[in-house]
Write a protein that binds this ligand. Structure first.
Ligand code: GLU
Length: 396
């Protein structure tokens, strides 16, 4: 059974995400003892033949500590400047600490476009794969210095999940100040029960996550569950564990409490994983019940079943497909741009050449370019989460 937990050392490729609060103390700055301890854990894992990638938060938190900025929310340009100062120290600290175990670190700073645009995605993936081939450990973060509020991940949980699916990891470990998933937020509900194994992310599991940003850093349980959806649907298991102890990976190996999310048993192909994981689809097609049934049985989306078109998109852009009641059911690549799509929506495929003046594809979204996303974050929820975390701007 796929939902059986297995030792970390039996995974092939592991992404470890580290939350800001673990690495940075507001008063004292970088927690070097903790960093040295996790680097020793990483070195042990690597020596067992596991490829390790690290997604390290902490640039903004460290920058504000170095710059001695007062507590409170930062304006966008202040957090960008803090990230510039913090990232340079953060990368140096990782490099120095890993070098104690003779490991080379490589810094990778990503922006949303590096994962959302297919050409750039393939490019970033090639760089990380090459680093692993050379025996180095990629130390990844969002490029917060140039990321603006509209164009950013904002939380490293989802960035880490994107990286995990991008490089075909089989395990994502989210280390933060919470040791796993509870039936309700434990600081609000004393009756909350810990959940050790999550075979699949159902709507009930999602409801347990509550709102965004309950911790010091940007991500809360909400972004962790979103990360879980991205990772598990691509066949990658996920663990949420506490990083508050020294040697958190060794602690996990010794059975420390954590929540384990089983990978999907039917992971979609790499290309479809990329389509499904797009954070911000460029448009939406609302379809009727007949078209929904056709999609669910593996067919392409024909113009006849499309009831409404929103957004501005070009041919090849990712669009979300929603049911008559507004639930996102699939994502796919548009065969036509938004104007053409509006013209042929609701019409028969045979009429396309007459309406557009050329013979285009019969399908509005071809089944090879389409992936069902019932279990993935819907576009609006993702955007909402981004806005909420935005308001809770980092105060670490
Ligand atoms: N990228 C941010 C930083 O390094 C952290 C985002 C997060 O807390 O998830 O400061």
């Amino acid at each position: 059974m796929r939902s059986a937990r297995k030792p970390l050392s039996t995974y092939r490729r592991v992404v470890i995400k580290i939350g800001s609060a673990l690495l940075v103390d507001r008063a004292r700055g970088l927690k070097t003892t903790w960093l040295d301890a996790i680097c020793a854990d990483i070195a042990a894992l690597k020596s067992q033949g596991v490829d390790v990638l690290v997604v390290s938060s902490g640039a903004i938190a460290l920058g504000r500590s170095v710059l001695k900025l007062p507590a409170g929310a930062l304006k966008l340009e202040e957090s960008q400047a803090a990230a510039a100062v913090g990232q340079i120290s953060l990368a140096r600290a990782w490099s120095e600490s890993l070098s104690r175990d003779a490991i080379i670190a490589g810094q990778v700073l990503l922006t949303l476009g590096d994962t959302e645009e297919r050409r750039r995605y393939l490019n970033a993936r090639a760089t990380m794969t090459q680093l692993l081939k050379m025996g180095a450990i990629p130390i990844i973060n969002e490029n917060d210095t140039v990321a603006t509020s509209e164009i950013r991940y904002g939380d490293n949980d989802r960035l880490a999940a994107r990286v995990a699916t991008m490089i075909g990891a089989d395990l994502l470990v989210l280390l933060s100040d919470i040791d796993g998933l509870y039936t309700a937020p434990p600081h609000l509900d004393p009756e909350a029960k810990f959940i050790e194994i999550i075979p699949s992310i159902t709507p009930e599991i999602e409801a347990m996550a509550g709102g965004a940003a309950s911790e010091l850093s940007r991500g809360g349980m909400r972004t962790k569950i979103d990360a879980g959806k991205m990772a598990t649907s691509a066949g990658c298991a996920m663990i949420i564990a506490s990083g508050k102890v020294d040697h958190p990976l060794a602690a996990l190996a010794e059975g420390a409490r954590s929540s384990w999310f089983a990978p999907s048993t039917t992971p979609v192909t790499a290309r479809k994983t990329w389509i499904a994981g797009q954070l911000l689809p460029s448009g939406t097609l609302a379809i009727d019940a007949g078209a929904e049934t056709a999609l669910r049985s593996g067919k392409s989306l024909l113009p006849a079943g499309v009831r409404d078109v929103t957004g501005t998109f070009s041919r090849g852009d990712t669009i979300a497909i929603v049911s008559a009641d507004g639930r996102e059911i699939a994502r796919g690549l548009a065969s036509y741009d938004a104007d053409e799509t509006r013209q042929i929506a609701g019409r028969k495929s045979g009429d396309i050449s007459e309406i557009l003046g050329y013979a285009g594809r019969a399908a509005m979204v071809h089944r090879d370019d389409l992936v069902m996303t019932g279990t993935l974050p819907d576009a609006q929820a993702t955007t909402r989460a981004t806005c909420e975390t935005e308001r809770n701007d980092i105060d670490a």
